[in-house]
Design a protein around this ligand. Structure first.
Ligand SMILES: *[C@@H]1O[C@H](CO)[C@@H](O)[C@H](O)[C@H]1NC(C)=O
Ligand SMILES: *[C@@H]1O[C@H](CO)[C@@H](O)[C@H](O)[C@H]1NC(C)=O
Ligand SMILES: *[C@@H]1O[C@H](CO)[C@@H](O)[C@H](O)[C@H]1NC(C)=O
Ligand SMILES: *[C@@H]1O[C@H](CO)[C@@H](O)[C@H](O)[C@H]1NC(C)=O
Ligand SMILES: *[C@@H]1O[C@H](CO)[C@@H](O)[C@H](O)[C@H]1NC(C)=O
Ligand SMILES: *[C@@H]1O[C@H](CO)[C@@H](O)[C@H](O)[C@H]1NC(C)=O
Ligand SMILES: *[C@@H]1O[C@H](CO)[C@@H](O)[C@H](O)[C@H]1NC(C)=O
Ligand SMILES: *[C@@H]1O[C@H](CO)[C@@H](O)[C@H](O)[C@H]1NC(C)=O
Ligand SMILES: *[C@@H]1O[C@H](CO)[C@@H](O)[C@H](O)[C@H]1NC(C)=O
Ligand SMILES: *[C@@H]1O[C@H](CO)[C@@H](O)[C@H](O)[C@H]1NC(C)=O
Ligand SMILES: *[C@@H]1O[C@H](CO)[C@@H](O)[C@H](O)[C@H]1NC(C)=O
Ligand SMILES: *[C@@H]1O[C@H](CO)[C@@H](O)[C@H](O)[C@H]1NC(C)=O
Length: 638
């Protein structure tokens, strides 16, 4: 009897306390106060995209009609504040904690700085907090853990740091989405996050977190996205993670993780769309069961220590768009290992395929030409692949980047290459390609880079290359090209980074059109049989840094106006037949570090003004007929 009364008493006093609390809530924070609170909050905003940011926030209308404000319920209080992408700058004032009916606060994509006010802990009804893409700094306030109704906490791309408060895991048990990406959080992932049993989306990528990944995360049975990329995590991926059967995206790129992929991954993560393990220390074989991941669109295993053969039926994952296996120890040779290439023909949406830097050997499989016409980037170099480039490579009409460099391919560059009209980058250096450079390359007018150095290419440089109006780099050095250099090449004012035709058998003069290369940094024509005078027009190449013309048969005098090229650091004219004197205008090239004039027929005095080149560290004047004092102060060779 006494017990009953005690319970009843307890109940009624509990009820009373609740009523008091409710009353206090509505008394101290009734609707009018919300208007005042909003204005108090506005006082922290210093600027916005419009000249008077939030000018609609004034007393001429009810605050419920103010920009970004939503009121709700019978109390007419502010339930949502959405000021995303308004260009607002300033700080978040603690006043915000007085909007106690607030359910949604979205201030993403602004310029707020300073810290996150702990008063947010007063917002017990808050379910969505998005402060992402601002410049907020400091720690995540512990008080945030008081917002127990929170379902989405999105704080990515700020400058927040310190530890992730363990208390979040103890109380925010309704969280579905937690994103702290692109901040400076440190320390370990609190084990308490394993309590967030409703979590569907956990993004802790791009921070300074370390330690091992808590195995408890494998108990978050609702999770579909887990991104831990770009941190300092070590140890193995807990095997419990492979129990997350709803996972569609698992990304741990750029950590120091090790271990192997379990053989039964294909059965345990059936929903997987995006699996990114790149740039870690994973090893072992790629299990066959990945071919059972029928929704897989992105598989990135690059830059690890995976070995063995690629599953032969990889193409069963027909949705594959992005396949990165580069930088491992994967194998294939003529007897086995290449079957996967045949099967990839079934991936009709494949856009990216990187197989470079592995231990692939044997002939380049002909089935490469059956890959998707959607393929944009193909990397197969840095292997030991031999054989020829199939003529039907032209089937891959979507290709923008073709990299078959630093491997052992031979044969000719097929004429059909001219049909790859979307090609931007063509990397074929360090191979054994022979034959002519096909004229059809001139059809590839989107090309930016051609790197085909160190092959056995022969014959003339086709004048059609002059049609490549977007070309930034042309490096076809170290081949057996002959004939004269077509004038058209020198008219390509797009050439900005490098024109390297060195170590071929090119002959004839350097045409005066060379002066059209007004954006070029490196001009390297050394090691040919070029003759005639070095045209004075070369001084129009005003951004040249490297001018390397050595080991040719140039004659006549050194151009006098090279001083017009303000940034020259290296001039090499050695091993030619240049005569006359060294122009004292050289002294005007203040940036010059290395000057090679050896093995010519230069005569007359060594200009004393060379002393004035304070950066000059190498001056080689040997084997000429020069007179006078060798300038001192640099390491000089004569
Ligand atoms: C006050 O807000 C109204 C719209 O709500 C706007 O038309 C008016 O220009 C604002 N007044 C000032 C002084 O900014
Ligand atoms: C919150 O509201 C109370 C009462 O209306 C007021 O005293 C207090 O200054 C407000 N807090 C802030 C940070 O504006
Ligand atoms: C915040 O607003 C932006 C822009 O409207 C929106 O894309 C984003 O999804 C919102 N944040 C949340 C957590 O709903
Ligand atoms: C943070 O929470 C504690 C405990 O509930 C409370 O005493 C304190 O006032 C809160 N801080 C702020 C700034 O609201
Ligand atoms: C990270 O945040 C910075 C600004 O703090 C932003 O410039 C950058 O684009 C963000 N990076 C990513 C990957 O979102
Ligand atoms: C949350 O997780 C921690 C660590 O795993 C555990 O000790 C604690 O009991 C959990 N708390 C709740 C409320 O489940
Ligand atoms: C995975 O789930 C199964 C079945 O629920 C359970 O028996 C097993 O212990 C879990 N494995 C791990 C590593 O958590
Ligand atoms: C793929 O899944 C099927 C059906 O679940 C199973 O029988 C088969 O063994 C799996 N294949 C691999 C390679 O794991
Ligand atoms: C490619 O798809 C076809 C038709 O769906 C199928 O018969 C073939 O076995 C598949 N090949 C591979 C290697 O998956
Ligand atoms: C390929 O790997 C080698 C050695 O592992 C490295 O030196 C080279 O830079 C890598 N190539 C590319 C394209 O990254
Ligand atoms: C070059 O392009 C022209 C016009 O687009 C086309 O007719 C010709 O077949 C192409 N040549 C080669 C070799 O691809
Ligand atoms: C070289 O330096 C000396 C002393 O600083 C100066 O008098 C002379 O004009 C300079 N010569 C040239 C060509 O710049």
């Amino acid at each position: 009897m006494a017990g009953m009364r005690a319970v009843r008493l307890l109940l009624s006093s509990l009820l009373f306390a609740l009523m008091i609390a409710a009353a206090r809530d509505s008394v101290s924070n009734h609707g009018d106060d919300d208007g005042a609170t909003l204005l108090a909050f506005k006082a922290g905003i210093t600027s916005g995209r419009s000249s008077g940011p939030l000018s609609s926030w004034n007393s001429s209308t009810s605050f419920c009609s103010w920009e970004g404000v939503t009121c709700g319920g019978s109390s007419g209080r502010v339930v949502a504040l959405d000021l995303s992408s308004r260009g607002l700058a300033g700080t978040l004032l603690a006043a915000i904690g007085n909007l106690t009916s607030l359910q949604t606060l979205n201030l993403s994509f602004n310029w707020f700085h300073g810290s996150i006010p702990a008063s947010l802990g007063h917002l017990r009804r808050l379910h969505t907090l998005d402060l992402s893409d601002n410049s907020l700094s400091g720690m995540l306030p512990d008080n945030m853990s008081l917002c127990t109704g929170m379902t989405a906490l999105v704080l990515g791309s700020n400058k927040l740091g310190g530890l992730i408060p363990s208390s979040l895991g103890d109380t925010l048990t309704n969280l579905k989405k937690l994103s702290l990406t692109n901040n400076s959080f440190t320390g370990a992932v609190p084990a308490s996050l394993a309590n967030l049993s409703s979590l569907q989306h956990l993004d802790l990528s791009i921070n300074r977190l370390d330690g091992s990944i808590p195995p408890g995360l494998g108990g978050l049975g609702s999770i579909s996205l887990l991104d831990l990329s770009a941190n300092g995590f070590s140890g193995t991926l807990p095997s419990s993670l492979y129990n997350l059967s709803l996972l569609t995206s698992l990304q741990v790129e750029g950590n120091a993780l090790q271990g192997s992929i379990p053989a039964d991954i294909g059965d345990r993560l059936p929903a997987m769309e995006k699996l990114v393990l790149s740039r870690n220390r994973f090893s072992g074989a790629i299990p066959h069961s990945v071919t059972n991941l029928s929704s897989l669109a992105t598989l990135r295993l690059g830059w690890n220590q995976f070995s063995g053969y690629v599953p032969r039926t990889l193409g069963r994952s027909q949705d594959l768009r992005y396949l990165e296996l580069a930088g491992n120890r994967l194998e294939a040779d003529n007897s086995r290992g290449w079957e996967f290439m045949d099967s990839l023909a079934n991936c009709t949406q494949l856009q990216y395929l990187a197989l470079d830097n592995n231990s692939f050997r044997g002939q380049l499989p002909g089935s490469v030409v059956n890959l998707s016409t959607s393929l944009q980037k193909l990397f197969i170099g840095y292997n030991n692949i031999s054989g020829e480039i199939p003529s039907d490579i032209s089937n891959l009409a979507g290709l923008k980047v073709l990299q078959v460099a630093n491997t052992s391919v031979s044969g000719v560059i097929p004429k059909s290459i001219g049909k790859l009209a979307n090609l931007v980058m063509f990397f074929m250096f360090n191979n054994a390609l022979s034959g002519l450079v096909p004229t059809s390359v001139g059809n590839l007018t989107k090309l930016n880079w051609i790197l085909a150095y160190n092959n056995n290419l022969q014959g003339p440089i086709p004048a059609s290359l002059g049609r490549l109006k977007d070309l930034n780099i042309l490096d076809i050095s170290k081949n057996r090209l002959n004939g004269s250099i077509p004038r058209e090449i020198f008219k390509l004012s797009s050439l900005s980074i490098q024109l390297d035709l060195s170590d071929n058998s090119l002959s004839g003069p350097l045409p005066s059109e060379v002066g059209s290369l007004t954006n070029l940094n490196w001009l390297v024509l050394s090691g040919n049989q070029l003759s005639g005078k070095i045209p004075e027009s070369i001084s129009s190449c005003t951004v040249l840094q490297y001018l390397l013309l050595h080991n040719n048969s140039f004659e006549g005098s050194i151009p006098t106006n090279l001083k017009n090229i303000k940034g020259l650091t290296t001039i090499s004219l050695s091993m030619n037949k240049l005569s006359g004197t060294i122009p004292d205008t050289f002294a005007g090239i203040a940036t010059l570090k290395e000057l090679y004039l050896a093995q010519n027929n230069l005569s007359g005095p060594i200009p004393a003004v060379l002393q004035n080149l304070t950066l000059l560290s190498v001056l080689d004047l040997s084997f000429n007929n020069l007179e006078g004092e060798v300038p001192s102060g640099a390491s000089l060779e004569t």
